[in-house]
Write a protein that binds this ligand. Sequence first.
Ligand code: PLP
Length: 368
Amino acid sequence: MHRLQRVLDRLVDRVDTPMPIVLVDVMQRNIDRMQAFATQHDLDLRPHVKTHKCVEVGRRQVDAGAVGITAGNVGEAEVFAGAGFDDIFLAYPVWPSGTKGTRIRNLAQTARMRVGVDNVAAIDALADAMGDEPDRLQVVVEIDCGARRSGAPPEAAGDLARAARSRGLVPAGVYTYPGQGSAGPGSREPAAQDQEAALSAAVRSLAGVGVTPEVVSAGSTPTVAFSTRSPITEIRPGEYVFCDLDNTRLGACDEDQIALFVAATVVSDWVPDQVILDVGTKAMGREGNPEKGYGGIAGSKAVLAKLNEYHGFMAVPAGESCPHVGTVVPVVPNHVCPVVASFEELLVTDTDGTLLERWPVAARGLLS
Ligand SMILES: Cc1ncc(COP(=O)(O)O)c(C=O)c1O
């Protein structure tokens, strides 16, 4: 029997499905392994909390040696600052609309606050928001290393840092996100090389305006194994903490590093070679495609072939028997982050199936 099914069988009477279940011992090993990797390569580790949005998980990352956390929006930063986290990098090109400027200024009172910038207009808006204390806010210039998402060309880093400095903000360095490293198993190393080249160019650009970066920050779970060389000083992986099927397919984690699955119940079985599970897009997000499916069933070749909002269509492969109505199965997400963000709490257990705790997904639903 698969290890996740064994855990689930021990908990099943206490689980209202669908429910995300965290194997805390596997998660802790993931945390410790990544920390050891960072330490071995003399890099700071700043995990991205968008994967777990959970204070208890963030604490374990910092207790293991992380220098601080990476957040994806102001609300996430506020939740973690409120829980005592005092070194936060908002790795996003923030536009301080509405109350966000004031909220960032407030955050900078209690935490060492860094925010991403990739254009002069945002630098000016952030400086305006900081009023008479712009030097409380550190900005990190986002550059594009080939993902073609946000981020200025590396050669523009110096001009942006100079603009920030002229407004009294503190230019702390540069960062990038090598999203192209998720395209396939062969994309990870080339993406990391793109990242290294772009960050090197950005550091030269900063030198041109007399800025020596305190931080040169790199992503991500798929590329981190190849992101160890100068000028990188910091890594920001997120998904490594739980892992998922996409990272397994990429070769960025092993199947036995998967630390989170969703318990789901078979609720209907009228269609041949198919059963319906109580996990749809509301639980799993929309991560997947018809080819790879929308999540796997641990211990089986079966996948969720299609999702409606509350229904997961589990296609039963030829030769496998259909689970009966009422059977509870472990569903492994393709991409773990949207799954966590769907739930109010994580049920925490260990590989023995001892139910330990329930942890709130404290930053759930916070998108601004
Ligand atoms: C800016 C930034 N940094 C770091 C990460 C973490 O990458 P991963 O979740 O692949 O570990 C992400 C992921 O989206 C990101 O957008």
